[in-house]
Design a protein around this ligand. Structure first.
Ligand code: CO8
Length: 262
């Protein structure tokens, strides 16, 4: 990894197969501008080019913010068509994270507002520090969410709660976000990264192909009726029988040893 490639983010392989992407614009609370989205997109390409990659963790630098939203200074000069292009840029990146062949976990270490909340919701799940705050404050700026907030928040917390949060623009504490099913676990801030790494190591030891297929099933199945979703599950279950991981996993069980998925 060449750290010179990026100005607004950091990308490191922190453990075998575990990548950490840090959004690194602490002076503006890690706000997302076009260049940051572009660098994140390039970082995702670097990670996907590594066949040994197993987990991508995403966090923000500093102790105050994960991402305090899209960059308002950047957006304030955009024409309607440029605004639409900026929204599409983020949408494309966030959808890419969602459909990536490895789990993507958000480590939300502070404010996750607007585009920051939308980024976190595009990850497979969220671990938060106890000082984290979630919200979609776009109504305060005279705009709608633009990186998928109206859609993903509704799917995650249900229509009426999403509607309340979207039309008031109010912040939610990490604790409330966990109660509402947006966040899986809350940790004291100094422990967040360590807990994220622990969980990533656990995932990295499992079958990468089984995880890839499982993620695809969960993601794609949500938009299908139950009959078709279950057909897709039997199909991919069958497909998993063609993988070396299936041979190793089942042999290891029968030989009472730990599997080595390589
Ligand atoms: N964009 C640009 N700069 C920001 C942003 C942001 N989203 N958030 C904070 N900053 C900057 C501040 O301007 C400030 O800069 P400076 O030191 O030069 O004055 C610095 O970061 C520190 O921020 P504060 O002094 O405001 O810190 P506070 O602790 O007082 O407040 C808050 C922290 C509450 C997080 C506050 O900064 C805030 O309200 N930020 C904006 C939050 C927000 O509205 N986010 C949503 C943005 S809209 C959006 O994300 C839409 C996404 C879809 C876009 C679609 C494309 C068109």
């Amino acid at each position: 990894l060449d750290p010179e490639t990026f100005n607004n983010i950091l990308l490191e392989q922190v453990r075998d197969g575990v990548y950490l992407l840090t959004i690194n614009r602490p002076k503006v609370l890690n706000a997302l501008n076009a260049q940051t989205l572009e660098e994140m997109n390039n970082a995702v390409s670097t990670v996907t080019a590594d066949k040994g990659a197993r987990v991508l963790l995403i966090t923000g630098s500093g102790e105050k913010a994960f991402v305090a939203g899209a960059d308002i200074a950047h957006m304030s000069n955009l024409s309607p068509l440029e605004g639409k292009a900026f929204a599409e840029h983020g949408m494309h990146l966030f959808r890419r994270l969602e459909t990536l062949g490895i789990p993507v976990v958000a480590l939300v270490n502070g404010y996750a507002l607007g585009g920051g909340c939308e980024l976190a919701m595009s990850c497979d799940f969220i671990l938060a520090s106890d000082n984290a705050k979630f919200g979609q404050p776009e109504v305060n700026l005279g705009v709608t969410p633009g990186f998928g907030g109206t859609q993903r928040l509704t799917r995650l917390v249900g229509t009426s709660m999403a509607m309340e949060l979207l039309v008031t623009g109010r912040n939610m504490s990490a604790e409330e976000a966990m109660q509402r099913g947006l966040v899986n676990h809350v940790y004291p801030q100094p422990q967040l990264l360590e807990e994220g790494l622990k969980l990533a190591s656990m995932i990295a030891g499992k079958s990468g192909t089984a995880i890839q297929l499982t993620k695809e099933l969960v993601q794609r199945g949500q938009d299908l009726d139950l009959d078709n979703a279950c057909i897709m599950e039997s199909d991919l279950f069958g497909l998993s029988f063609s993988t070396p991981d299936r041979a190793e996993g089942m042999a290891a069980f029968l030989e009472s040893r730990k599997p080595n998925f390589g």
